[in-house]
Design a protein around this ligand. Structure first.
Ligand SMILES: Cc1cc2nc3c(=O)[nH]c(=O)nc-3n(C[C@H](O)[C@H](O)[C@H](O)COP(=O)(O)OP(=O)(O)OC[C@H]3O[C@@H](n4cnc5c(N)ncnc54)[C@H](O)[C@@H]3O)c2cc1C
Length: 219
C-alpha cells in the first residue's frame, strides 16, 4: 500500500488560508516504516481487494441483495438475479442505504441529508508554498477545503462547500465555477502559477487514512 500513496506527516489548520492557527504531526512512523498515508480511494480499494483475493476470499460482482430469511441455524440471502446463498451469518457492509439494515430492522432511521457537499480532485501546474506530504486544512466562509502537495508536485485536494438543499446533479463546470467563487471569497492558498486541473471526481476524492496497513483503514 505504501507504494500507492504518499507519507503524510503533518497537518496545519488555518482560517481563510492565512497563517495556521494550529499545526500538529501525525506521529512517528512505525518500526516497519508504516506512516500515515494519503491514497486515492481507488488505490485503497484495489489493495484491499487484492489482499482479500490473496487470502482466498471469493468475490462475486454484480450481486444485489434483495431479501434475507432467518432460519433456525443460519440465514438465506436472495439476490436480484434470482440466486440465493445459505450461510451461518449475514454481514451487511452495504453502505449508507444498506439493504441488510432495512431487512433486519425496517424501522431503522433512513439516511438524511446534511447541508454539505464533497468534491475533490488533482491539479497539475501549481506551485504552492507547501511541503509535500503536509495536509493543509482551510476553514473559509461557506466552504472547508484541504490540499496536499504530492511528492511529484501534483496537488491533491478536496472541498466541502455548504449546500442547504440536496442537489440532484451538478456538472464539472458548475462545480468549478462554484468552488472558484467560494475560494475567491476566502483567501486562496498562495499559488505562483495558474492551476491546470486534471481530473476531479466526487467519488474519487483523495482519502487520508491514518496508519493504513494492508487490511485496515481509518479515516
Ligand atoms: C465523496 C466522498 C468522500 C469521502 N471522503 C472520506 C474521507 O476522506 N475519509 C473517510 O474516512 N471517509 C470519507 N467518506 C466516507 C466513506 O466513504 C464512507 O464512510 C465509507 O465508504 C463507508 O463504507 P461502507 O463499507 O460502510 O460503505 P460503502 O463504501 O458505501 O460500500 C457499500 C458497498 O455495498 C454495495 N451495496 C449496496 N447495496 C447493496 C446490495 N443491496 N447488495 C449488494 N451490495 C450492495 C455498494 O455497491 C458498495 O460497494 C467519503 C464519502 C464520500 C461520498
Amino acid at each position: 500500500m505504501r507504494d500507492q500513496g504518499f507519507a503524510t506527516t503533518k497537518i496545519s489548520i488555518s482560517m481563510g488560508g492565512r497563517r495556521p492557527v494550529a499545526e500538529f504531526g501525525f506521529g512517528a512512523a512505525l518500526p516497519d516504516g508504516t506512516s500515515t498515508l494519503t491514497i486515492t480511494r481507488a488505490a485503497l480499494y484495489g489493495v484491499l481487494r487484492d489482499e482479500a483475493v490473496r487470502r482466498g476470499v471469493p468475490i462475486e460482482y454484480g450481486k444485489r441483495l434483495v431479501s434475507a430469511t432467518p432460519e433456525r441455524d443460519g440465514v438465506t440471502a436472495t439476490f436480484a438475479d434470482g440466486t440465493s446463498e445459505r450461510a451461518d451469518l449475514l454481514i451487511g457492509a452495504d453502505g449508507l442505504r444498506s439493504a441488510v439494515r432495512t431487512i433486519t430492522d425496517p424501522n431503522a432511521p433512513a439516511p438524511r441529508y446534511v447541508p454539505l457537499l464533497n468534491t475533490g480532485g488533482f491539479a497539475k501546474g501549481l506551485r504552492l508554498d507547501a511541503e509535500p506530504g503536509e495536509m493543509h486544512m482551510v476553514f473559509g466562509r461557506g466552504c472547508f477545503d484541504c490540499y496536499l502537495v504530492h511528492p511529484d508536485g501534483d496537488v491533491w485536494w478536496f472541498a466541502n462547500p455548504r449546500q442547504p438543499k440536496e442537489l440532484a446533479a451538478i456538472g464539472e463546470d458548475q462545480w468549478r465555477a462554484k468552488l472558484l467563487d467560494l475560494f475567491t471569497r476566502t483567501t486562496a492558498p498562495p499559488a505562483t502559477s495558474s492551476p491546470r486541473p486534471t481530473r476531479s471526481s466526487r467519488a474519487g476524492a483523495p482519502t487520508t487514512s491514518r496508519r493504513c496497513r494492508p487490511g485496515t483503514a481509518g479515516g
